[in-house]
Design a protein around this ligand. Sequence first.
Ligand code: ADP
Ligand code: MG
Length: 246
Amino acid sequence: MFALRQVAKRFDNGTEALAEVTAEIAPGEFIVLLGPSGCGKSTLLRLLAGLESPSGGEIDWGHGGKPAPGEIGYVFQDPTLLPWADAAANVALPLRLRGVAEAQARARAEAALAQLGLGEFAGMRPRGLSGGMRMRVSIARALVGEPELLLMDEPFAALDELTRQKLQADVHGLWRRSGKTVVFVTHSIYEAAFLASRILMMSPRPGRIAQDFRPRLPEGRERRTSEAYFQLVASLQASVERIMAP
Ligand code: ADP
Ligand code: MG
């Protein structure tokens, strides 16, 4: 689907965020970018979205140019919802900006909210929703345009542990049902182990891909408690200790 070839990013102030990132990402993968703070994960996500250009190497999206608006969904750590608009209007916003008529945009927004388990809450404003629900609205907004590629930048970092686990399970389930390609950034080993079909471990800045894991864990309830899950956590832990060694 797309390929990164020796992608480097040096900012104008001289900061070298990424050095020689090379990877091929196939349609339908759930990629987790795992690495310490400041290693260039968000930078890599912005490059994948076409929001910034690499200073070296190239990104190939598989169809020539940069992705068009609507081809990619982007979820940030902060849900960034409009406080005066209800959940459905927030989710409909990207469609409205693309000229979709209000009634149709609202209907699609309500369907997207229902997919995230918020069918009943379409008329609620963000103030009336919990942190986890606001993040669900934000994910629905990223999915409403039916993007092929979903980019998520530490979306659950501000949530409590149990809410976070529920959202992880729901996003993992959505991914399995939809067949979309997901690139998800986190610095949590446990989150990476639970979510990913593939984990790209990044080294400290300037970021490179230090290790590429393709775990096979059981689906369903035993996913988080299986032997394979704990073995994966241990492997990721060992890898983190290696890359962080002085
Ligand atoms: P991560 O998401 O892994 O924490 P980032 O991609 O945000 O890391 O940042 C990687 C490095 O690049 C950091 O040192 C950060 O300070 C720097 N950086 C990020 N954006 C910019 C920018 N626009 N200009 C200069 N330096 C930046
Ligand atoms: Mg970041």
